[in-house]
Design a protein around this ligand. Structure first.
Ligand SMILES: [Zn+2]
Ligand SMILES: [Zn+2]
Length: 91
């Protein structure tokens, strides 16, 4: 009987990033690979202390939807921050 030596082959097909939900190759992770918003998309009044935009005459003066981090009002706006992808295995 011959023993087949199976080297420890790590088969990494792809890891899902827990921030941007994209699949990435950990071996080609880079500091700018992940684009994300560090805060949530919220629906409330813009904070007057740090208002991100001037209200126009036709804008309702109440709750707006925007990213809490950068004020982007489009839920599909590309992330304002870049970093390494973060897998669910990472602490
Ligand atoms: Zn943002
Ligand atoms: Zn990512």
């Amino acid at each position: 009987m011959e023993k087949v030596t199976n080297g420890e082959v790590k088969r990494v097909v792809g890891v899902v990033c827990r921030r941007c939900k994209e699949t990435y190759d950990p071996s080609s992770n880079a500091p700018s690979a992940c684009r994300f918003h560090p805060s949530f998309f919220v629906c409330r009044r813009h904070d007057d202390q740090k208002r991100y935009y001037e209200l126009g005459p036709n804008d309702p003066p109440y709750a707006a939807k925007f990213y809490d981090c950068c004020g982007a009002e489009d839920p599909s706006a590309s992330g304002c921050t870049t970093s390494f992808h973060l897998s669910y295995d990472d602490a």
